[in-house]
Design a protein around this ligand. Structure first.
Ligand code: GDP
Ligand code: IMO
Ligand code: MG
Length: 425
């Protein structure tokens, strides 16, 4: 069984937690896009693990973890994280692999990310994580990027010098500090032996696993509404976090994928800038933020919070072909007397959009259309059996599934591993 897991909203849906839950049955866990802009949290007992680049499957001994060709990997972030994983007591040897085709996020990509963001006018800022993601992907598609495999080449350090020189032209034009090429050479020289043990042809590795009928789990980072093609462009990330990205970012054919699982919060959050039709600026939004611990796992920024948006849910179901949903954070809504669901966006002339408009100016002219449901006003975080949920919680979930399509696979009622209800997967 090969499973693609994607985020349906603007990220932070609880993908890390659900991956950790599904890793039990997987043999290999693969990251296929994004980089250290991701922050995936797994809570086991008293311990909270946050992973940025390393697949969340690493917390299960014996499972193989792969950074696929579609990822942009910052070697410094990676090394820091690998040290952390080892300090947590997990073995890496022989089970952590990096594609030689993956691109690297270099110091100049990070500098460019910050410089580009700083010159964007108010209202045009993206609110990036500052991890160099945009410039690294720009270099990849512009065909002047640095691949992991380049560290194996004798001219690697000359390539570093060349790229610094080219990046400095851009940094200068943006009014940012330039980088010193020889300093960069010094910085990257020790990276070669550090990375070498993990670098491999991951396409070959994944196909050997497919041939042996092993199970592969694809761990999406970011989410549908942050997708460079399907999201709220330009307020998006620079990769394809949607299901198709699992194939292009790993070298596994769409024909090998058995199912797609979408992770979706039972309300909505967003970090960074960009449109968010159901955003709340009142006490309800603050309650979601406090109860849900809605502060970025990567940057610590407070997350914007709002009601569940079924237009987005349905759009994500279609774009990704979601078979099963992992619905998360039900417990965060426990105390609300009334819960709202957005079912469409109403234009000033009365026209209602039921699909997500491509043009953000259209969206800016719309008001969300809400239907209201009674809350359940009791604690759900200790419930271990779906049948024992309060009736109003079941009705809320049923209504959401009716609006968005797809079946319920997993329900999460708390951050801890045990607070995960298996329904259908
Ligand atoms: P990811 O990026 O999709 O992996 O999500 P993050 O880890 O960035 O953010 C999800 C946050 O919600 C983390 O702090 C999780 O520990 C927490 N979380 C996940 N599922 C639940 C849930 O069902 N209830 C509550 N209260 N917290 C949850
Ligand atoms: P996970 O995997 C939430 C957002 C940033 C910014 C935009 C572009 O934890 O769900 P980037 O640094 O990628 O160029 O920033 O995307 N963003 C995320 N928001 N969760 C994430 O990852 C995110 N990764 C990027 O806040 O708005
Ligand atoms: Mg996150």
């Amino acid at each position: 069984m090969n499973t693609v897991l994607v985020g349906a909203q603007w990220g932070d849906e609880g993908k890390g937690k659900v991956i950790d839950f599904l890793t039990e049955e997987a043999d290999v866990v693969v990251r296929f896009q994004g980089g250290s802009n991701a922050g995936h949290t797994v809570v086991v007992g008293e311990k909270k693990y946050v992973l940025h680049l390393v697949p969340s499957g690493i917390l299960h001994d014996g499972k193989h973890c792969v950074i696929g060709n579609g990822v942009v990997m910052d070697p410094f972030d990676l090394m820091r994280e690998l040290e952390q994983v080892e300090s947590w007591g997990f073995e890496l040897k022989g089970r952590f692999h990096i594609s030689e085709r993956a691109h690297m996020v270099m110091q100049w990509h990070r500098a460019l990310d910050k410089a580009e963001e700083s010159v964007r006018a108010e209202g045009e800022k993206i609110g990036t994580t500052g991890r160099g993601i945009g410039p690294a992907y720009a270099a990849k598609v512009g065909r002047y990027g640095m691949r992991v495999g380049d560290i194996l080449k004798p001219n690697f350090l000359d390539l570093v010098r060349k790229q610094v020189k080219e990046a400095n032209i851009k940094l200068r034009s943006l009014g940012a500090l330039e980088l010193d090429a020889e300093e960069m050479v010094k910085l990257y020289t020790p990276m070669v032996p550090a990375l070498l043990p993990y670098v491999t042809d991951t396409i070959q590795l994944l196909h050997q696993n497919l041939d042996a009928e092993k199970s592969i789990l694809f761990e999406g980072a970011q989410a549908t509404m942050l997708d460079i093609d399907f999201g709220t462009y330009p307020f998006v990330t620079s990769s394809n976090p949607t299901a198709g990205g699992a194939c292009t970012g790993s070298g596994v054919s769409p024909r090998a994928i058995d199912r797609v699982i979408g992770v979706m919060k039972l309300y909505t959050t967003r970090v960074g800038e960009g449109p968010f039709p159901t955003e709340l600026f009142d006490a309800d939004g603050e309650l979601m933020r406090q109860r849900g611990g809605e502060f970025g796992a990567t940057t610590g920024r407070p997350r914007r919070c709002g009601w569940f948006d079924a237009v987005i849910g349905r759009y994500a179901q279609r774009v990704n072909g979601i078979d099963y949903w992992a619905l998360t954070k039900l417990d965060v809504l426990d105390s609300f007397p009334v819960i709202k669901i957005c079912t469409g966006y109403k234009r000033k002339d009365g026209f209602v959009y039921n699909t997500f408009p491509a043009d953000l100016e259209v969206l800016a002219d719309c008001e969300p259309v809400y239907e209201e449901m009674p809350g359940w006003q009791c604690e759900t975080s200790k419930i271990t059996d779906y049948a024992a949920l309060p009736e109003n919680a079941k009705k809320y979930i049923d209504r959401i599934l009716e609006l968005v399509g797809g079946k319920l696979g997993v329900l999460s009622v708390g951050p801890a591993r045990e607070t995960t209800l298996r329904i259908n997967v």
